[in-house]
Design a protein around this ligand. Structure first.
Ligand SMILES: N[C@@H](CCC(=O)N[C@@H](CS)C(=O)NCC(=O)O)C(=O)O
Length: 271
């Protein structure tokens, strides 16, 4: 299949990165073969000069295909759909396609940052706290985005007491409420057809589950049913579930009960 679009692509990614998982699922939907370069984010691989030349934002994923470097997971997903057009992942109807883009855009406009916050506050902080403090400090200093540096620092130092934690949980409450409304009007987020909008949210729904926030999904039968259909796709197994890192699953399992109690309080308070 990959030969249809010429050269075999190279994906710079990370097993547990939600943005990278999204792109792996898109590639799996298209049965595109690729060479993967796995980055160890905790070791600062995304900050190394050779990688920064490809991705100046110091993040995964990056797709290199036919000498072209494509960054930003949503952009990469659309690129994949353009470069391997069989089995389209974008709706044909213009209004559905516009809705698809609005869903994807929300990820860039707050939902991804909220995911980083809840992931770091509940789980990833425990990985960071085991690092050499000077090395951790240097890693934070090298982050080019000051907002990301600030919220990461708070998450590591304060956990679920970080000022960003409750707003991040509330952002997910709003998101899932909006999903519930959308799914009342069609089987998939952008309308009657499965699209990049659905695929893009698959790793985020998984992260909620891993972090003990599945209650937000389970409280909404339409969202629960949609997530079930999403998780049942072979591309989900191939692009996402196959990459679960056992050491991360162990941290999620250890930390999510305490976090669940805090989340329940935040949900109760926001009524
Ligand atoms: N807007 C970017 C966000 C990418 C992003 O934040 N990636 C995270 C992993 S999900 C990352 O690489 N973080 C770098 C690090 O933790 O060092 C995209 O959609 O590609």
């Amino acid at each position: 299949m990959s030969t249809a679009a010429g050269a075999k692509p190279v994906l710079y990614h990370n097993d547990m990165s939600v943005c990278a998982a999204k792109v792996r699922m898109a590639l799996a939907e298209k049965a595109v073969e690729y060479d993967g370069v796995h980055l160890n984010l905790r070791a600062g691989d995304a900050q190394k000069p050779d990688y920064v030349k490809l991705n100046p934002n110091q993040v995964v994923p990056t797709l290199v295909h036919a000498d072209q470097v494509i960054i930003e997971s949503n952009v990469i997903c659309e690129y994949v759909d353009d470069a391997w057009p069989d089995a389209p992942l974008r709706p044909a109807a213009p209004a559905d396609r516009a809705r698809m883009r609005l869903w994807m855009r929300q990820l860039d406009e707050g939902v991804h940052a909220a995911t980083g916050t809840i992931s770091s506050c509940i789980a990833f902080r425990h990985q960071h706290l085991q690092r050499d403090p000077a090395e951790l400090q240097a890693w934070l200093e090298r982050m080019t985005d000051p907002a990301r540096r600030e919220r990461t620092r708070h998450a590591i130092e304060l956990g679920v007491d970080a000022p960003e934690f409750a707003p991040a949980v509330r952002r997910f409450q709003k998101l899932l409420g909006d999903m519930d409304t959308a799914l009342a009007g069609g089987a998939w987020l952008a309308g009657p057809t499965y699209s990049l909008a659905d695929l893009a949210y698959a790793p985020y729904m998984t992260r909620l589950d891993h972090l003990g926030l599945a209650v937000l999904i389970d409280a909404r039968p339409r969202v629960r049913d949609w997530a079930g259909r999403l998780f049942a796709r072979p591309a989900y197994a191939q692009g996402i579930a196959a990459w679960f890192n056992p050491s991360y699953l162990e941290i999620f399992a250890r930390e999510r009960a305490a976090a669940g109690a805090r989340v329940a309080t935040i949900i109760a308070q926001s009524g």
